[in-house]
Ligand binder design. Structure first.
Ligand code: SF4
Ligand code: SF4
Ligand code: SF4
Ligand code: FES
Length: 1024
């Protein structure tokens, strides 16, 4: 979770609270110390993950004789705090009364009355019986224009939490409050409807809103017993509450609403789960009512705190989509028919056994899914190895992450992030290479954006497209495609030439300097200028920024790995970090950002042709002996086929049967036409899926699987963090969790497995896998997590390298890597460079995200981004239909003219609901030679103009990319304090004149009696 004040003194100091002595961290908000001491003080606007906002004034206490806001006052040694003095109490009551004038308390008929409403709970805790300032509507319309949430100004207490979250946690900078207005409110992009603004739909604002002013639309009319009343009925219910309040007071009304809230517990389930989309690994509760998903509620996820992105917060309609597969399907006479499980499993067993008997076990192959749990990946490779007897098993890290793992194995021994997301926040300098982080790893990106905005962290981005992180970067490099290796090595050589390497670190921890130095001979700045197009001056600046930084983290992704040089460039990145001593310390290291939610775990679990669990080699007899003892069978001894080799082997006729789980291989593998042809050729194909994917259309048997919310298990995120997901819903129809299906297939083949729960699978994983040795479900209860390696006693490893590197001598290795140039540079026939990647709204090809209507409305399909220069040259405007033709295929797409791309470079997002438009119809089969990861980013095309503009623009105008953010420092509460009508609570009301904020409320109600006291300034700090 983000620590808003990471630079506090670690040494505690004593403070006095109501006469008793407590420990505080000097510099922390006093309210944090009060909370730790369990001294109850109201705090409506304070949120520990946002830090002090100071808008609500409900936390006023007396410090050394003067009234101050406890959230805005830093703790310091010896301070004397009194919370119960009458002056402070009166001030707090007055402050809260002002809030209530902005908020109608109709809790019993409110969808937010679920025990966690801050305004309700504060009313209760302060024992408020009457409002002195009656509620007054603001005369502003409800904004329901956003697909996923609505804003009700009449309920908004102007606490500014949403603004702070949007400006300084998510750092999308959409929200503000017009403090100077007669009637302030929350604004989107300075005053446009939310649904037409720059809002990225991350939901931070909704999550932190302390009342019902911002609500998920999925909650409205659904959460309460009586909340589906609308119009006059609703108005009558509210009026009834208001009518009894003067005579009875709020006590009985609060009691009634709490009884109603307690009743909701009978039908609202709150289940902790982990996001199914990207590798950040956001954890949250999902609130369900039957199969209706009321909301996603992030609170304390170890990787995300209250943060989410649009997908994790809102993209869950796939779970109960009518398109879900709910029955097994069997192909018969060229068409599919429904079958029951027994028939489907028996058929699979019969066909697999027959192929094995006739052609041997290596005629079969298995592909697991990085969307599935660790336990499911483990069972899939167990099925392949122990039941069938082949090492032909792989997962989709082959398509993206294997080169990064290779680069790290070569240099530092472990293929994982060397620290945590908190290290990225802490670094002095973050470098992003080939990563569109704000769209592919959105919550992780927020931490970098926040550190840059609030703490002055430096950010360098190297990429082809000017995406958000590039726009925010202190230095944005646009090297020629596929040349990152060259500039990285040139920077390394320059550092060595200038004596800027970290000599002490190299001497103590690193081998291979001489050979590495020799390998850099050719990489002068002049050479780099020619190859990369980056000036020597820029590269010198990069080198000096690295040398000067207090901790450097380098994060990279598919822009690096999906190149011919993917492994080599990943190696060069790690070499550069070693050279400058940026391992073995917090706030430094390598971050190969893992794409899918469990792509790290799928490989950890041995879904790889050359390794069993925990990266233990299959050709190591000692490893096989451990497995033989556990499983009672001998494992195959040599490495099997990877995904890429499997496709070639099908074409070659040596691979005849494939069992594929949750992988839409026909769209996500490169050279999709070649893959389609291979799938056509297979003698037997099993596809285990939630939806009838394009790949499923080639299957002989389709098995209906469950999404994450319907199963138990664990995911391992990009930080090597293992987290539990818990079953929130029963499987839809006859679908089953993947682990049950695999067990069914194994048992149909005679395996005799008897796992009753994934916890038993994890126990087996722990027995076989030193990296997971101490992982148990008990240690992962609730929001607990463990970062591997996990020792048998449960000790985990947030910082991966602390006392050396996992090589026999404990030393890391500088590895002389070799540049591999592009295979498909543009030429006369194919004159444009084609790039591709993810979009924020969709995950990968979009099989799940296209099921959520609000997402599809934002991004309905694929398109090709063209630069303004190219558009001008070819006469293209938004929507012009073009055909892209490569050496491997052709697709027809609408054009989108944008300066995100430059010159003769194009960009096609991966997501397409139409298989004929998949970008992989254009990519080729050439790969990084070390890992066989396709060089997706090394594709040349030509563009043919078809003409016309279609009915709808490729990207609707309400998409956030057309918005105009309004960056500011945060809530900017000083502007509230500067209002002529603002007075620090408790100071007497004779000072008020005109205005609206306090005066509007104060002139109506009879204020509580204020006592005489010292007069603080508007900021709450007392004048001398
Ligand atoms: S980007 Fe949108 S959803 Fe996210 S915090 Fe800002 S206004 Fe809210
Ligand atoms: S909408 Fe924003 S300012 Fe209004 S109550 Fe909610 S968090 Fe506070
Ligand atoms: S997609 Fe990634 S960043 Fe977004 S909520 Fe899920 S895990 Fe978090
Ligand atoms: S909690 Fe301190 S001003 Fe709101």
């Amino acid at each position: 979770m983000p620590d808003p004040s990471p630079n506090l003194s670690p040494e505690p100091a004593d403070i006095l609270i109501d006469g008793a002595r407590y420990a505080a961290r000097p510099g922390e908000p006093l309210i944090a110390a009060l909370n730790r001491a369990q001294v109850t003080v109201p705090q409506v606007c304070y949120h520990a993950q946002l830090g002090p906002i100071q808008t609500c004034d409900t936390c006023i206490v007396e410090v050394d004789g003067q009234l101050v806001r406890a959230c805005g006052t830093p703790a310091c040694a010896g301070m004397r705090v009194r919370t119960a003095v009458q002056a402070a109490q009166v001030a707090r009551e007055e402050a809260f009364d002002r809030l209530l004038a902005n908020h109608q308390l109709y809790c019993t008929v409110c969808d937010n009355n679920n025990g966690n409403c801050t305004v309700h709970n504060t009313t209760r805790e302060m024992n408020v019986q009457h409002q002195y300032r009656p509620f007054q509507g603001k005369g502003l319309a409800v904004d329901a224009s956003h697909p996923f949430y609505r804003y009700d100004p009449d309920q908004c207490i102007l606490c500014g939490r949403c603004v702070e979250a949007c400006q300084n946690l998510q750092v999308n900078e959409t929200l503000s409050i017009n403090w100077e207005a007669e009637q302030p409110r929350v604004l989107w992009d300075g005053g446009v409807p939310a649904g037409e603004s720059s809002c990225v739909g991350c939901g931070h604002c909704v999550t932190v809103c302390p009342c019902n002013a911002l609500m998920e639309k999925s909650m409205l009319g659904e959460a309460g017993f009586f909340t589906d009343q609308r119009g006059p009925l609703f108005g009558n219910a509210v009026a009834m509450v208001k009518n009894v309040e003067p005579s009875l007071g709020y006590g009985p009304i609060m009691n009634l609403s709490e009884i109603e809230a307690a009743g909701r517990e009978g039908y609202i389930r709150r289940t902790k789960t982990v996001c199914t989309y990207c590798g950040v690994g956001c954890a949250f509760e999902v609130w369900t009512k039957d199969r209706h998903i009321l909301k996603i509620e992030p609170t304390q996820g170890p990787a995300n705190g209250v943060s989410t992105c649009i997908k994790g917060k809102f993209a869950w309609d796939h779970v109960s989509s009518p398109s879900r597969l709910t029955r097994p399907l069997i192909r018969e006479n060229g068409a599919f028919r429904e079958a029951d499980w027994d028939e489907a499993l028996a058929l699979i067993a019969r066909r697999l056994e027959a192929l094995r008997a006739e052609h041997g076990p290596d005629a079969l192959a298995f592909i697991t899914s990085s969307k599935c749990t660790n336990e499911e990946s483990f069972l899939m490779q167990k099925l392949a190895r122990s039941v069938i007897g082949t090492n032909n098993v792989d997962n989709c890290s082959r398509y993206c992450q294997s080169p990064a793992t290779m680069g790290l194995w070569r240099t530092v021994g472990y293929g994982g992030d060397s620290g945590s997301i908190t290290d990225l926040e802490r670094a002095g300098l973050v470098i992003g290479i080939g990563t569109n982080t704000a769209e592919s790893h959105p919550v992780l990106a927020t931490r970098v954006k926040r550190a840059q905005k609030l703490r002055g962290q430096k950010l360098i981005v190297a990429d082809l497209r000017e995406h958000e992180m590039a726009r925010r970067a202190d230095l944005f490099l646009r090297p020629n495609p596929g040349t990152d290796f060259v500039w990285l090595n040139a920077v390394s050589r320059y550092l060595l030439d200038q004596g800027l390497e970290n000599r002490a670190f190299l001497d103590r921890w690193v081998s291979g300097l001489d050979a590495f130095r020799a390998s850099l001979d050719a990489y002068t700045l002049e050479h780099a200028e020619v190859v990369t197009g980056l000036s020597g001056e820029i590269l010198r600046r990069v080198a000096h920024e690295i040398a000067q930084a207090d901790g450097v983290c380098i994060m990279w992704a598919m822009g690096v790995t999906q190149q011919m040089s993917g492994s080599e460039t990943s190696t060069a990145i790690s070499n550069l970090l070693l050279l400058t001593g940026n391992y073995m310390r917090p706030g430094a290291g390598s971050y190969p950002l893992r794409g899918h939610n469990n792509v790290q775990g799928a490989s950890d679990m041995g879904s790889m042709p050359s390794h069993v669990t925990g990266y233990q080699r299959v050709d190591d007899p000692a490893v096989r002996a451990v497995y033989a003892a556990e499983w009672g069978v001998d494992l195959p001894t040599t490495a099997g086929l990877d995904n890429h080799q499997m496709i070639h082997a099908i074409h070659a006729g040596t691979l005849r049967g494939l069992y594929l789980k949750g992988e839409d291989i026909s769209l996500v593998d490169a050279n999709a036409n070649y893959v389609d042809a291979a799938l056509e050729k297979l003698e037997f194909l099993v596809v285990q899926e939630m939806f009838f994917s394009h790949t499923a259309s080639f299957a002989d048997v389709v098995l209906p699987a469950s999404p994450s919310l319907e199963k138990d298990g664990t995911f391992t995120n990009t930080e090597r963090r293992i987290q539990r997901l818990n079953q929130a819903l029963p499987p839809l129809g006859d679908s089953r969790p993947d682990w049950q299906i695999i067990q069914g297939v194994a048992n149909a083949l005679g395996a005799g497995w008897s796992y009753a729960h994934p916890a038993e699978v994890m126990d087996e994983i722990a027995r076989l896998t030193p990296l997971y040795a101490g992982v148990t479900y008990e240690r992962l209860a609730g929001f607990a997590s463990l970062q591997w390696p996990v020792q048998p006693d449960g000790t985990d490893t947030p910082l991966l390298f602390t006392d050396g590197f996992p090589f026999p001598d404990g030393r890391a290795r500088l590895y002389p890597a070799e540049f591999i140039p592009r295979t498909e540079p543009p030429d006369a026939q194919y004159d444009l460079h084609l790039n591709n990647g993810r979009m924020l709204e969709h995950f990968h090809e979009g099989n799940m995200t296209f099921r959520t209507a609000g997402i599809t409305a934002q991004v309905p399909g694929a398109f090709v981004e063209v630069s303004p220069d190219l558009a001008c040259e070819r006469g293209l405007t938004d929507g012009t239909l073009v055909r892209l033709v490569s050496r491997h295929g052709a697709v027809k797409l609408p054009a989108l003219v944008t300066s995100r791309v430059q010159g003769r470079q194009l960009y096609v997002p991966m997501n397409s609901p139409n298989a004929a438009q998949a970008v992989n119809r254009l990519t080729g089969s050439h790969t990084d030679p070390s890992t066989h990861t396709p060089a997706y980013k090394d594709t040349a095309v030509r563009l043919e103009v078809i003409g016309g503009t279609g009915d709808t623009p490729p990207l609707p105008r309400q998409n956030f990319r057309y918005g105009t953010p309004t960056p500011q420092r945060g809530v900017e509460v000083e502007r509230k304090w500067a209002r002529p009508d603002y007075v620090f609570p408790g100071l007497g009301l004779g000072l008020l004149r005109g205005g609206s904020l306090n005066a509007r409320a104060d002139r109506v109600g009879a204020p509580p009696q204020s006592s005489r006291m010292n007069m603080p300034s508007k900021s709450g700090v007392a004048d001398d």
